[in-house]
Design a protein around this ligand. Structure first.
Ligand SMILES: *Cc1c(COP(=O)(O)O)cnc(C)c1O
Ligand code: SF4
Length: 396
């Protein structure tokens, strides 16, 4: 190998490895549903996927057998929160089962129209902790930076419903520059979480502008891109996008798979291309009733994610946002899931269960109790099989 090969010159499109078929076979290609006659060059084009999104009930009725409930829920919710589903993601929906885990994430249900007494307008007080519009600075050394309010698909359980899908509230260049200026002058910030909406709804040029600006600040060590496009629009991970992104390493991507059905060949390929370009990918799952509130499903998801080189990072307890109470689960459910992972499978497949505390308290971890108490120097513990053990502390 030539010694003058510089960082970033590896041609990641021709990887020097193959993945065995018994792994690839677990990642089925998405069925194309009503789009089976569409040419590959369109189907694989993210612009085409965005333009052809399913945005109304007439179009949806061609893809699935829409129920009366879904019709009513659509009519009642469309004003507040758009429906928008990429053909790729829509093709993963079960046409006949309204409780299909993909369909429940994309198609409104009547529960959305119900506001519970405990629901909050800004459950995480993201607005309160905004020193400048579009930037939440809550933790000492990192910020959350909203760069757009658009998403490829609108998730029915979205916490930022109020903002997302309202084009009038999107960040203008002036707002971006003000946020960048804040980061530039706050030297304690070392980690920038680039969020939205979905930051990948921005053009490559706009992302390049943001990342170049951040990289010009010596105190910025890492950034993370929080995107659901790996799930809802994997076609977005183009060569041009990857070339742009890898100029700015170290780059992390936090994505949001919720169910093993989302782990398709298209998703696999998108993650592989990102990983091959040196991006470290983690997953933030949201615990959703009827979708993934089952230890078996989460374990299967996390095993698939690891095969895609995506590390399970967080499981979020569902927030108190308005109109998503039908997705919320009791705390015990999350604990049961962690209890069924820890020890029973790879530690790499065990994420942190967190509650993002209402009122802006930040993420609080919740753990099953493995520490049973302490007498003198003797610590009592229990393992994943609920067997008890003791550990003795140093005497001195
Ligand atoms: C989640 C979050 C972060 C990042 O938190 P990590 O635990 O470091 O992943 C940063 N800022 C805000 C406001 C957040 O909600
Ligand atoms: S991608 Fe994220 S921000 Fe966009 S609708 Fe889904 S949950 Fe909300």
């Amino acid at each position: 190998m030539s010694d003058n090969k510089r960082d970033g010159e590896v041609n990641f499109n021709q990887p020097e490895y193959t993945t065995p078929n018994h792994i690839l076979d677990r990642f089925p290609v998405a069925p194309r549903s009503i789009w089976s006659k569409v040419e590959d060059k369109d189907w694989n084009n993210w612009i085409w996927q965005q333009q052809q999104r399913v945005r109304n009930i007439e179009m949806l009725s061609k893809v699935i057998n829409v129920t009366e409930e879904e019709k009513q829920a659509y009519d009642g919710s469309v004003e507040m929160f758009n429906m928008s589903i990429t053909p790729y993601y829509a093709s993963l929906m079960d046409a006949d089962d309204p409780n299909c885990p993909i369909r429940m994430q994309a198609v409104p249900k009547l529960g959305e129209l119900h506001i519970s007494p405990e629901d909050l307008e800004d459950p995480l007080a993201e607005e309160r902790d905004m020193p400048v519009p579009g930037l939440t600075h809550r933790y000492p050394d990192r910020v959350l930076f909203y760069t757009t309010h658009n998403c490829a698909m609108y998730c029915r359980f979205c916490t930022r419903k109020r903002k997302v899908s309202d084009p009038g509230s999107a960040a203008q260049k002036k707002q971006l520059d003000d946020a960048l200026e804040y980061i530039r002058t706050h030297k304690e910030i070392r980690d920038v979480v680039i969020s939205g909406g979905d930051p990948l709804s921005n053009s490559d040029d706009r992302l390049d502008y943001i990342l170049t600006s951040l990289r010009a600040m010596p105190h910025i060590e890492i950034f993370r891109m929080g995107t659901r496009n790996l799930v809802t629009l994997p076609q977005r991970i183009t060569d041009d996008f990857i070339y742009m992104l890898r100029k700015h390493h170290p780059v992390f991507v936090n994505t949001h798979y919720n169910h093993p059905k989302e782990c398709t060949r298209e998703a696999y390929d998108a993650c592989r291309r990102l990983s091959d370009a040196g991006v470290v990918i983690s997953n933030q799952m949201v615990l959703l009733k009827g979708i993934n509130d089952d230890p078996k499903i989460v374990k299967e998801l996390n095993h698939k994610l690891l095969m895609m080189r995506v590390r399970p990072y967080y499981i979020y307890q569902c927030d108190l946002s308005q109109g998503i109470s039908h997705f919320r689960t009791p705390i015990e459910k999350g604990l049961e899931i962690i209890e069924n992972l820890r020890g029973w499978t790879s530690g790499l497949a065990v994420p942190h269960l967190v509650i993002d505390a209402p009122g802006g308290g930040g993420k609080i971890p919740i753990l099953p109790q493995y520490f049973l108490g302490k007498t003198g120097k003797t610590v009592k513990l229990r393992n994943y099989k609920k067997k008890e053990f003791t550990y003795v502390e140093p005497q001195e």
